[in-house]
Design a protein around this ligand. Structure first.
Ligand code: GLP
Length: 245
């Protein structure tokens, strides 16, 4: 794992966007794995700027998102479909037909997940997978468990995740209790992984991801086994890793 120290959120966002832009420049028809959450919003803003400046051309890029809440329509403002259009897709020259997010509106979980696995595999998996990290070490919506997950599956969200994500909903009861998520194995198939993390709330998870035992109780810890994983984190998120890297 390569750890890149960023001063603050803005610095983290610029560095992460530069890495993604470099990937797009090196391979214009690359396959990007994308993430939602508050953390990558600044990264997306920098990519939008890079696209406007002519430094990053998304016309041949295709994308596969990590996850989606089960039961939300694509136009629901809380859906990750909406989030991606709002934060990135509507502002860059990407062909929407080349963007993919698990279909949370399909109530048939087995069919929705199997279909997503099929299209990610057909794309040859991702060249670069962007990841945020949950306070409890989750990646995508792969929550702490007694085993690592494989392909796309339906998960029951933990209380900790429901609570953490409730800040984005009007009431905690509004947070969907289930989601479809790419599995840990699929994430590991990516040729490169880029984790972004900021803030004190992520310090324990970042420490456990980078230096804790590799165990499904911290799903992100498996990234220690990835041959090309880069973590870009700010001062606060790295506060428990001092002297370790
Ligand atoms: C959600 C998403 C994850 C994300 C995590 C952290 O649960 N499914 O992909 O990494 O939240 O979100 P945030 O960046 O808002 O802290």
């Amino acid at each position: 794992m390569k750890i890149i120290h960023a001063k603050d959120y803005e610095d983290m966002s610029r560095k992460a966007a530069s890495i993604i832009a470099a990937q797009v420049i090196l391979k214009p028809n690359c396959v990007l794995g994308l993430a939602t959450g508050t953390t990558p919003i600044g990264t997306y803003q920098n990519l939008v700027e890079a696209c406007k400046n002519g430094d990053c051309d998304f016309s041949e890029v295709s994308t596969y998102n990590l996850d989606e809440y089960r039961g939300l329509d694509h136009d629901d403002p809380q859906s990750y479909h909406f989030f991606m259009r709002d934060n990135l897709f509507d502002h860059v020259n990407i062909d929407l037909a080349n963007t993919h997010v698990p279909d949370g509106s399909n109530p048939d979980a087995a069919a929705a997940c199997a279909e997503y696995d099929k299209i990610v595999a057909e794309a040859g998996y991702t060249d670069l997978q962007l990841l945020g990290i949950g306070n409890n070490g989750h990646i995508g919506f792969n929550e702490p468990d007694d085993h690592f997950s494989a392909g796309t599956h339906c998960v029951d969200l933990t209380e900790s995740t429901i609570q953490a994500n409730s800040r984005l909903f009007e009431k905690e009861e509004d947070v969907p209790r289930q989601a479809y998520t790419m599995g840990t194995q699929t994430i590991m198939y990516s040729r490169m992984i880029l984790v972004v993390a900021n803030g004190e709330k992520k310090a324990q998870a970042v420490h456990d991801m980078c230096f804790g035992p590799i165990a499904p109780s911290c799903p992100a810890s498996i990234l220690q086994l990835h041959p090309n994983c880069v973590v870009v984190a700010d001062d606060a998120a790295l506060s428990m890793c001092e002297g370790l890297y």
